[in-house]
Design a binder for this molecule. Structure first.
Ligand code: SF4
Ligand code: FES
Length: 159
């Protein structure tokens, strides 16, 4: 039995949730509050409770499937040593070890009505000073101007 606490802050808004088979990371600063996680797996992702991720309330495979759908890098997972999860199903875009595809992959940007721009495909955000702000295949960009984490969406368009 794993003795580690189910939730632990690892740094500045980042949280770690762990059991014997799965480690889940959540980065509040990257969350666009799209709701994909709590709409699809409400028994695990409960924003009104603490800890808000109930890692023991679904199979690791179910949680992995949902994290792979997160449109940002807010949710990530990895398998701890000794995990009983088949490693082949833990290699999706939500894996901390996800291998990015070639940069020739087509990038698609979907506009959400009265909301953000959802970027699908490997892309890089460069600041006015030429610094790489983020490089990922999963990004949600603010189009309303209200986000406190611009250029990324933080869900403020819904308030
Ligand atoms: S961005 Fe990811 S973690 Fe945040 S609400 Fe959407 S699916 Fe959940
Ligand atoms: S579009 Fe989401 S905060 Fe601006």
């Amino acid at each position: 039995m794993n003795t580690e606490k189910p939730q632990r802050e690892i740094e500045d808004g980042k949280r770690k949730y762990q059991n014997d088979d799965l480690v889940v990371y959540w980065d509040a600063k990257q969350c666009s509050h799209s709701g994909k996680c709590w709409q699809r797996l409400p028994k695990v992702f409960i924003p009104t409770e603490t800890p808000w991720i109930k890692i023991d309330d679904a199979t690791p495979e179910e949680i992995i499937e949902i994290i792979d759908l997160c449109p940002t890098d807010a949710l990530k997972y990895e398998l701890p040593q000794g995990s009983r999860v088949n490693p082949d199903i833990a290699q999706g875009p939500g894996s901390v070890n996800f291998i990015r595809k070639s940069s020739t992959e087509e990038v698609q940007i979907n506009m959400v009505q009265d909301g953000p721009l959802v970027v699908k495909g490997q892309a890089r955000i460069i600041s006015p000073k030429g610094e790489i702000l983020k490089e990922s295949n999963r990004m949600v960009l603010c189009a309303c101007g209200k986000s406190s984490t611009r250029p990324f969406c933080d869900g403020s368009h819904m308030r």
